[in-house]
Design a protein around this ligand. Structure first.
Ligand code: RRO
Length: 336
């Protein structure tokens, strides 16, 4: 049995499979299908200071191998979230990564002050990359200076609120020229890790009405269509900042998909859009990923993180007693 413990900075999780923000609400719906406390963690829908009803309907459209959403940050606001949703997650024993979003830097700082010392919060995912906001100027993650201002404020708020705040992960957008520039700006400003990636900005036109299919016109593209883009982002950020923990996501549907993200440098995985068609996908992906690691002789998940970047000598040093097995798999590219 491979050791599936996942490390996201100081946070240690019993396994590396999390939900993806926005794809599992606050956990209750998925809990009908499996115990969400068995996940590495539940990542909540991004929460803002105040309740928000979101963008006009329709808010979802199908695309080949993906889905376009234009939810527009619908949510109950931080107070109701803490009272009802976070309390429920805490009650069932789930580890929770709370995704936060705001229109101003100070919003993020205030949200962090409400959450950083809360015993139910295992991690804060700082969503600076929501594509469905009124103005692209509000997408902090499209600009290194703006990303840096948010992360500095969040870092300061977390450290002022708690002596041992939860890890702070910046969620980045792939819709930039060089994602490593944004990741570096966030890391230099106090982020403990990166969540990669948010959706890509897309558009679908309904050919019957001859108008955009979504009420919000544009939307965020997710699902298998974006997997190679997401994997490329994980690869680039791991290469540029090899010690920075990465939570990887983007169209992951199977253990083999997840394994690619681990090899590229992700220490843990969020399963998102897959749950809409297959609510059991997170636990299935976990079992499949463990099988893929074992089939290649990895004693632990940690040994496989970033493995695709390593030269032959460093590969051998990662795989202990099963070196021969892994060397064979590595050289043939096949399964053991
Ligand atoms: O709520 C949304 O419309 C939304 C958000 Br906050 C996000 O980060 N990514 C996305 O695709 N949709």
């Amino acid at each position: 049995m491979a050791d599936m413990t996942a490390s996201l900075g100081r946070l240690e999780l019993p396994n590396p499979i999390l939900t993806a923000s926005g794809c599992a609400g606050y956990g209750r719906e998925l809990h009908q299908f499996f115990n969400v406390a068995d996940l590495g963690a539940v990542v909540t829908k991004s929460i803002q200071l105040r309740a928000r009803s979101g963008r006009p309907t329709p808010r979802m459209a199908e695309t080949p191998s993906g889905m376009l959403n234009s939810i527009g940050l619908q949510g109950p606001g931080i107070e109701a979230f803490i009272e009802h949703d976070l309390a429920w997650l805490h009650g069932i024993g789930a580890r929770t990564a709370v995704s936060i979003a705001g229109g101003r830097v100070e919003d993020y700082a205030e949200l962090t002050r409400r959450l950083a010392a809360h015993p139910a919060v295992s991690m804060i995912e700082v969503n600076i990359s929501c594509p469905n906001v009124e103005s692209r100027g509000q997408v902090f993650a499209c600009d290194p200076m703006a990303s840096s201002r948010v992360m500095q404020a969040v870092r300061r708020a977390a450290d002022e609120t708690s002596a041992a705040p939860p890890p702070l992960f910046a969620k980045l957008s792939p819709d930039v020229t060089d994602i490593t520039q944004i990741a570096r700006a966030c890391a230099d400003s106090g982020a403990d890790g990166m969540s990669l990636i948010n959706t890509l900005l897309g558009l679908v036109i309904d050919t019957e009405t001859m108008r955009p299919a979504l009420g919000g016109v544009t939307g965020g593209l997710s699902g298998p269509a974006i997997r190679p883009v997401a994997l490329r982002c994980v690869w680039q950020v791991h290469q540029a900042l090899p010690h920075l923990p990465i939570l990887g996501m983007g169209g992951i549907r199977s253990g083999l998909d997840a394994f690619q993200f681990v090899l590229a440098g992700a220490s843990a995985i969020s399963v998102g859009t897959a749950v809409f068609g297959d609510p059991d996908a997170p636990m299935r992906v976990l079992a499949e990923l463990e099988g893929e690691l074992e089939a290649r002789g990895f004693a632990s998940l940690a040994d496989a993180v970033g493995f695709a970047h390593l030269d032959e000598d460093r590969r051998s040093s990662r795989v202990g007693p099963d070196t021969a097995l892994v060397a064979r798999v590595c050289s043939t590219g096949g399964r053991a």
